[in-house]
Design a protein around this ligand. Structure first.
Ligand code: SF4
Length: 321
């Protein structure tokens, strides 16, 4: 529950007291949007990390690869893999000419390896339907394998300078705190958050920079567990901080369990296949995970996801076509 009031020269976002929907506006104060924007943009101009997918010579393909890799994985782990990926496959056509197994191997330990398969599938679609050039329009991007709302908006903005609201986890957290006064956003993105992000977008010439700047603020200053409010350029405007940083009162938040999970079992099995130069026997997989039921479930899942191909003679390999 929020509204905008057009003042003499500025737009203010005013959060209202609403006990039914606490994540959006429970503080009852107005934030000067123009002031927040200017502060975030100035901070970004002075503090942006020097990342290769932001360089002046970046390509739309490099931006797309970075956005897919960064979806679940921090910058420090993505950067070396991204560099090697772009060195080896500087264009979608270069990746499309390879087997999917090559993409899975190059993905290494980034996690969520279905992203590698989808990126490979996207490279083939780009090569076949878009003459090898990453499309610039949101709808064409959204139609690529593995590209959702966020990735399409991010590539359209950061590679082609389009004006789109880019709503990733970091942006959602900054907006929840600074504007809506809640420590965390809702579990999944809501229509209200999308509306808010769209309404906050500045004019087209600044929109892509604004999007990446808010994302950067969430990644390095307004972090999930320990926000560094003392270094934050909008600390003086932040609704949540000015309200005394009230504790999160929403539903329990999902953790990222890893030890002993099916995800960990899948990772172990896939590592064996990634490191092998050809098919491996089932016995080589059996030794890396002791719980037989969980191991079989994980292996079945990898096969169902197209990440592993079963062969005659109880052998397995990474996908070949
Ligand atoms: S003041 Fe603190 S909580 Fe508010 S946006 Fe900045 S870092 Fe986040």
């Amino acid at each position: 529950m929020s509204d905008y009031r057009v003042g003499f020269r500025e737009i203010r976002h005013c959060a209202r007291i609403d006990p039914v929907a606490p994540p959006i506006g429970s503080i009852g104060r107005c934030v000067t949007i123009a002031g927040v924007r200017d502060s975030v943009l100035s901070w970004y101009a002075a503090n942006a990390r020097d990342l290769p997918w932001r360089a002046a010579d970046r390509t739309p393909w490099g931006v797309l690869v970075s956005e897919v890799m960064l979806q679940q994985t921090p910058v420090s782990r993505v950067e070396p893999v991204w560099r090697e990926w772009l060195r080896r496959w500087p264009s979608p056509a270069a990746l499309a000419a390879e087997q999917p197994a090559a993409a899975i191997r190059a993905w290494g330990r980034l996690g969520y390896p279905r992203r590698a398969l989808r990126l490979h599938a996207a490279a083939r679609v780009i090569t076949d339907r878009h003459a090898g050039s990453v499309p610039s329009g949101y709808d064409d991007l959204r139609a690529l394998p593995g590209v959702g709302d966020y990735t399409a908006a991010a590539v359209a903005s950061f590679a082609f300078g389009a004006r789109h609201a880019v709503l990733d986890t970091n942006v959602r957290r900054v907006l929840a705190r600074a504007i809506s006064g809640s420590q965390y956003p809702p579990q999944s993105a809501t229509a209200a958050e999308r509306r808010l992000a769209e309404e906050l977008l500045p004019e087209p010439e600044d929109a892509p920079t604004w999007s990446v700047a808010v994302m950067e603020l969430g990644a390095v200053i307004c972090t999930a567990r320990a926000p560094r409010c003392g270094e934050c350029p909008i600390a003086g405007e932040c609704t949540w901080r000015l309200a005394g940083s009230p504790a999160y009162a929403g539903p329990p938040r999902r953790g990222q369990a890893w030890e002993g999970t099916d995800r960990q079992a899948r990772g172990r099995l896939l590592a064996v296949l990634r490191e092998a130069s050809g098919p491996v026997g089932k016995s080589a997989l059996d030794v890396v995970w002791s719980d037989a039921r969980q191991r079989e479930r994980a292996l079945d899942g990898l096969v169902a996801d197209g990440l592993v191909e079963p062969l005659d003679g109880d052998r397995y390999r990474l996908p070949s076509s």
